[in-house]
Design a protein around this ligand. Structure first.
Ligand code: NIG
Ligand code: FE
Length: 410
């Protein structure tokens, strides 16, 4: 089945834009009076609308004619979320604003552990339901691919429950959910034994189930004082890497150390990086690990932003994720957060658009999306405007008029 959508005032392919380094808006490929020809789930061709219309007449094509100005962009990709969780952490938010730090709250038994308790109290079905609700809100705002982490179960059985809930949610939402195992979020307070013993238990008993049930192909960890040290994570990552898992790291959020592990193990991404110094920035910029900024966590905690400008200027690849989670980043509005990061870090429009599309796809190891190009998934957004710059200018308030996922209008 073929579909043709157009005419589109500006179609931004995001093609021919490099994976790494700083970008200027002049590097954007903008097709005017354009169309998108779709075959089933994929893009057959993007190009001049009139040429595609002529071609459409030779194929059995449904023509979806647009009236007025539209800008087309690849579907947004959120490469870092924790949208599968139970309960709320409004109490932490109030405590932080009254002067307690995120790490102090964690040490006192709140923080992530609080969400673990509230998540363990929910059934798999309830968790799946909540994940679908969050995913569908994201999808309605144009986020067509959403990474989702476990990490609030923290036993073999509870992590399996979370990942099965994410799998179930994936079959119930039209967005693509990409699962990541974050059993190394912290050592659970009810585990009797060392951090090494906990990680040993996870790698020995959970990793094989992730493979056999196809629950996740990505392993994440939180390298931080309140969680795991680089040394504790290294043997865990070695095992994960030997088994063929992709790796990612919560790195350099409050203290450094995580990004070095990410680069050493050729992780797909190193995320957070608010505390990265010149040394970590240089290391990341030289590597193939995508640096992921999470402005939602900076806004949620009132901390510095990831040094995105420096990372790009030194030649690194930068993606932006929402980090949507109940603790540090409850807002979950990816475009608002990316627009705010852009104003503080002085990012060009194309740097932000790349960070939300094909560079985010690279952070997830996905090659089938993130650009509007023949052969890739027909995931795209249509904004009712004549100028692509309007989108970030409105800081998230200009929502897509139409969201298309795998060739279907949502
Ligand atoms: O990415 N930093 C660690 N993990 C999450 C927060 C999780 C939570 O506070 O519940 C993050 O910010
Ligand atoms: Fe996170």
């Amino acid at each position: 089945m073929y579909k043709l959508i157009g005419p589109i005032t500006q179609l931004l392919t995001l093609d021919k834009v490099p994976l790494k380094g700083a970008l200027k808006d002049e590097q954007l490929e903008i097709l005017e009076n354009a169309g998108i020809l779709i075959e089933d789930e994929k893009i057959l061709e993007v190009g001049n609308y009139n040429d595609l219309l002529a071609k459409a007449q030779t194929l059995n094509t449904e023509v979806i004619e647009l009236k007025g100005d539209f800008v087309a962009l690849p579907g947004w990709i959120d490469c870092h979320t924790h949208i599968c969780f139970g309960g709320s952490r409004a109490q932490d938010f109030a405590m932080r604003n009254a002067g307690k730090s995120y790490l102090e709250i964690a040490e006192a038994g709140g923080g992530i552990w609080d969400t673990v308790i509230q998540t363990r109290n929910l059934s798999q079905e309830k968790l799946a339901e909540r994940t679908v609700t969050n995913a569908n809100r994201h999808l309605s705002e144009g986020v067509t691919t959403i990474e989702v982490k476990s990490g609030y179960g923290l036993t073999v059985a509870e992590e399996i429950k979370m990942l099965r809930a994410i799998q179930e949610a994936n079959s119930e939402t039209k967005a693509d959910l990409i699962p990541t195992c974050l059993a190394a979020h912290m050592k659970p307070r009810d585990f009797e034994g060392s951090k090494e013993a906990y990680l040993q238990e996870i790698s020995e008993h959970l990793f094989p189930i992730l493979k056999s049930e196809n629950l996740a192909n990505r392993i994440d960890s939180f390298i931080e004082q309140s969680a795991f040290s680089p040394k504790e994570i290294e043997s865990y990552y070695q095992k994960a890497s030997d088994l063929g898992f992709d790796l990612t790291v919560h790195a350099d959020q409050f203290t450094t150390g995580g990004s070095e592990v990410a680069v050493k193990f050729a992780a797909k991404s190193a995320d957070h990086l608010e505390a990265s110094t010149a040394k970590e920035i240089a290391l990341l910029a030289k590597s193939d690990t995508v640096a992921v900024a999470l402005p939602g966590a900076s806004i949620g905690l009132g901390c510095a932003f990831t040094p995105a400008r420096k990372i790009l200027d030194q030649g690194g690849s930068l993606a932006i994720g929402s980090d949507w989670n109940p603790g540090s980043a409850p807002m979950g509005d990816l475009i608002t957060q990316a627009s705010i990061l852009a104003t503080f870090e002085k990012l060009s429009t194309v740097e932000v658009l790349a960070a939300l599309t094909f560079r985010a796809a690279a952070a997830l190891g996905l090659e089938d999306r993130g650009k509007l190009k023949a052969g890739l998934l027909a995931d795209f957004n249509l904004f009712s405007t004549h100028d692509f710059r309007e989108i970030l200018y409105h800081q998230g308030k200009l929502k897509p008029e139409q969201v298309w996922k795998k060739g279907n209008k949502i």
